[in-house]
Write a protein that binds this ligand. Structure first.
Ligand SMILES: *Cc1c(COP(=O)(O)O)cnc(C)c1O
Length: 370
């Protein structure tokens, strides 16, 4: 009775159940799980795919843009799709401690799923470079939270070395279970649209997600569920664009802290996805990222974090350069919630509340009505 919350993979293999039980239950037949796998889920996945015509109009495009709003996962980023798999598999192997390096969202997700599984979680973060909401999550879920005086790449190196001791299980996307879980977002998009998009845009940091989406699309294609594959378009931040530059970046810099990575673990997965899909990898400046970030919020009422907006900055760039033919079906992944990084939001909005006396006339005056 110790783990009453945890079911096994076969117990929920009725994947067409009308009640959403998380990505493993829904897509078990595409995942390396069995009846012996204890499923640790917070009912991640099943996120909305939202069409954004106002945004497309504002950037002068004539295509359909659909945003996979991963902000509505349990810890408010797509990382939960991979983490339900990584922590379930860790538990199946009898792991007692999971560990990760993180720019913030992986640690939030690992901490939550470890709490659910009642195992220990240790997270290594680059000191002073984590968005406030993400740090609050790791601490609140009870992870042992360690800030290193270094960047993400250095934290990941240490974590990989610790993994080799066999005493802890690494739940970064170097763990293949993470990629397996994350590919379910591609399945959901195809299930929703009844086809694959023509283009798929996403931000690229450690490059696990672009690798996972491509795996998902190609598996659905092999299975005859979609008739064509999308072209994968990845975007890095200009100050942290190792794949675009073709070399590791020692001191990556960008406002988009989730993709502030100089030596991506899934580098090859990303280049493979781009080559095989006849896609593209490019970089966008922080200015373009912040512009897209604010434009989405103001034209569509969707608040994402700066890293997610890198994909949108890419859409704007491609629309301007006429790289997206008319009537194309375009998908973009909104990787994380805007509320995770309130500092960036407050700075970017460039406005402050209007402070007035507690009188009707005073409010009318600042509204400009008399
Ligand atoms: C992790 C993350 C990314 C980057 O994903 P990778 O798989 O590392 O390329 C982008 N945006 C957000 C919000 C993230 O949390």
């Amino acid at each position: 009775m110790k783990r009453a919350l945890i079911t096994s993979a076969t117990a929920s293999q009725h994947s067409e159940s009308p009640v959403w039980e998380g990505v493993i239950a829904r897509y078990a037949r595409y995942l390396p799980v069995s009846g012996a796998t204890p499923i640790v889920t917070l009912k991640e996945g099943n996120t909305p795919l939202i069409r954004v015509p106002n945004f497309v109009h504002a950037c002068g495009g004539k295509f359909e843009l659909w945003l996979k709003y991963e902000a509505l996962n349990p810890t408010c980023s797509f990382k939960d799709r991979g983490m339900t798999m990584a922590v379930s598999k860790a538990l199946e192997r009898g792991t007692k401690v999971v560990i990760c390096a993180s720019t913030g969202n992986t640690s939030a997700s690992a901490a939550a799923y470890a709490a659910r599984a009642r195992i220990r979680c240790v997270v290594l973060l680059p000191h002073g470079k984590i968005a406030l909401g993400k740090l609050a999550q790791a601490l609140m879920y009870g992870a042992t939270t360690i800030a290193i005086d270094g960047n993400f790449d250095e934290a990941l190196r240490i974590v990989r070395e610790l993994g080799e001791t066999g005493k802890v299980e690494v739940v970064n996307s170097v763990n293949p279970a993470r990629i397996e879980g994350q590919k379910t977002a591609a399945f959901e998009i195809c299930d929703h649209l009844g086809r694959a998009p023509d283009f798929h845009f996403l931000p690229v940091g450690n490059a696990g997600n672009i690798t996972a989406y491509w795996k998902g699309y190609t598996e659905y294609f092999s299975d005859g569920r979609i008739a064509a594959l999308p072209r994968m378009f990845g975007f890095q931040a200009a100050g942290a664009a190792p794949i675009v530059e073709g070399r590791p970046i020692e001191k990556p810099e960008t406002i988009a802290s989730a993709i502030r990575i100089g030596n991506p673990a899934s580098w090859h997965g990303a280049t493979n996805a781009i080559e095989e899909s006849k896609g593209l990898i490019d970089k966008v400046t922080d200015e373009e990222i912040l512009n897209a970030y604010q434009l989405l919020a103001r034209t569509e009422g969707l608040f994402v974090e700066p890293a997610s907006a890198a994909a949108l900055a890419g859409v704007i760039r491609c629309a301007k350069n006429h790289l997206i033919p008319e009537n194309s079906v375009v998908a973009a992944t909104m990787t994380g919630h805007g509320l995770k990084d309130p500092d960036s939001a407050l700075k970017t909005s460039g406005t402050e509340p209007l402070i007035v006396a507690p009188k009707k006339e005073a409010v009318m005056k600042v509204m400009g009505i008399y």
